[in-house]
Structures are given as structure tokens and as C-alpha cells.
Design a protein around this ligand. Structure first.
Ligand SMILES: *[C@@H]1O[C@H](CO)[C@@H](O)[C@H](O)[C@H]1NC(C)=O
Ligand SMILES: *[C@@H]1O[C@H](CO)[C@@H](O)[C@H](O)[C@H]1NC(C)=O
Ligand SMILES: *[C@@H]1O[C@H](CO)[C@@H](O)[C@H](O)[C@H]1NC(C)=O
Length: 188
């Protein structure tokens, strides 16, 4: 009788463990594919402000998802121009407009951009003990890259908040350090 109960509870325990694993694996964000870099045609790929260009033959990982969003989601802050002729390429995806780099605007990795659902909504970005509210205006495409539409730049990693210089200024980051910073963000 006792042996029976403990066998039954062992089975229940095993089921719980495997169900738990299924749940949490499903929540993790895994790559969706790969792109092999093509050499940008002459004159393509604006390297203004350290934008990276695709390297011929290099493998780039693509993602349709991003890490789960919380009240302090970890991300990498990068620098982007949202002005006409800047390194952001065409006008912003949310409103089909260019934006002054003196306004706090950002592009989010595909998963966080979430099919336009954060468009023109604000996020609070925190680093260095300072916070700034910025408006989401564009997508940093994690699913594609190394083509004309993406100015021959690699696909975006899935944890990027790509920000105008106004955001960097507001966070009090010295100009010489603009470009890459660990931050946290939340929906404002
Ligand atoms: C980007 O580079 C251009 C040209 O080098 C410069 O004028 C501009 O101030 C830079 N933008 C930022 C945000 O640093
Ligand atoms: C994204 O939104 C559009 C328009 O609301 C909808 O038609 C489409 O199915 C959505 N795509 C995904 C992947 O949710
Ligand atoms: C986002 O912030 C801007 C500037 O503070 C404000 O004008 C705008 O109404 C805010 N948008 C939303 C959706 O709250």
C-alpha cells in the first residue's frame, strides 16, 4: 500500500517536472533562422556613428521573439539616427515619418516591437541611476538584414533598444561612450 502511494506520487512528481520544463522551454526565445552576409554594393551601408555592415560569408542569427518583458527588462542600448539621410534607413515604421534626433525616440527589436503594438507608446529607459521616457517609433528588425531594405546592416539582436542621441544625453552618458550600454526598460 505504501509502496503503491509512493510510486503514484513519484509518477505525479515526474509529470509535474516535465510539464514545468515544457512550459519554460516554450517561453524561451530561440533563433528563428540564419542569414549569410553579402558584401554591400559600393556606396551602400552607411557607417555613420559606427553602424555595422554585413561581412561577406559571415553567419548572422535571426529572431522573431525577444526576452520576456518585465518592469525592468534588461537590454542593450544602441545609437541610431531617425533623421532623413541618417543611418536608420527609411522613415520610421510606426508613422512613416522621420524624427529629430533631438527628441527621445527608439526602435525596438522585433519581439518587443511586437507587430507594431508598442508603436507611439512610451517606454521608460533606466541606466546610471537616471531615467528617460522615449517614444517607440520603429522596429529594429531581428528577422532580416544584409539587404537593401536594411542598408546592408546585420539583423538586429533580439534585446536592443536603439535610441536617438537625445536618449543618450538624457541618461547623462558621456559622448565618447555613446553606442553600447546595458540598460533596463519598461512600458511607461
Ligand atoms: C553621427 O555622425 C555624424 C557624421 O559623422 C555626426 O555629424 C553626428 O553628430 C553623429 N550623430 C550622433 C548621434 O552621434
Ligand atoms: C500583425 O498585425 C496585423 C494587423 O493588425 C495582423 O493582420 C497580423 O496577423 C499580425 N501578425 C502577427 C504575427 O501577429
Ligand atoms: C509619450 O510621451 C510624449 C512626450 O512626453 C507625449 O507627448 C505622448 O503623449 C506620450 N504618448 C503616450 C501614448 O502616452
Amino acid at each position: 500500500m505504501n509502496a503503491c502511494i509512493s510510486t503514484a506520487s513519484l509518477v505525479v512528481l515526474l509529470i509535474m517536472i516535465s510539464a514545468n520544463r515544457l512550459c519554460c522551454e516554450a517561453q524561451q526565445c530561440r533563433p528563428s533562422g540564419r542569414i549569410i552576409g553579402k558584401k554591400p554594393p559600393a556606396g551602400e551601408c552607411n557607417q555613420e556613428n559606427d553602424s555595422e555592415c554585413c561581412v561577406e560569408g559571415k553567419t548572422y542569427t535571426t529572431y522573431k521573439c525577444s526576452p520576456a518583458v518585465s518592469s525592468n527588462t534588461k537590454a542593450e542600448l544602441t545609437l541610431n539616427s531617425f533623421e532623413k539621410g541618417g543611418d536608420g534607413g527609411g522613415p520610421s515604421a510606426c508613422d512613416n515619418k522621420y524624427h529629430s534626433d533631438d527628441t527621445p525616440v527608439v526602435a525596438l527589436s522585433t519581439g518587443w516591437f511586437n507587430n507594431m503594438s508598442r508603436c507611439l507608446h512610451n517606454v521608460t529607459i533606466t541606466a546610471n541611476g537616471k531615467s528617460v521616457v522615449a517614444m517607440v517609433v520603429d522596429e529594429c528588425d531581428s528577422t532580416m538584414g544584409c539587404d537593401q531594405d536594411h542598408d546592408f546592416q546585420p539583423p538586429c539582436p533580439n534585446n536592443i533598444v536603439d535610441a536617438s542621441k537625445a536618449v543618450w544625453k538624457a541618461l547623462g552618458v558621456p559622448h565618447s561612450q555613446w553606442g553600447g550600454l546595458q540598460i533596463t526598460w519598461a512600458d511607461a
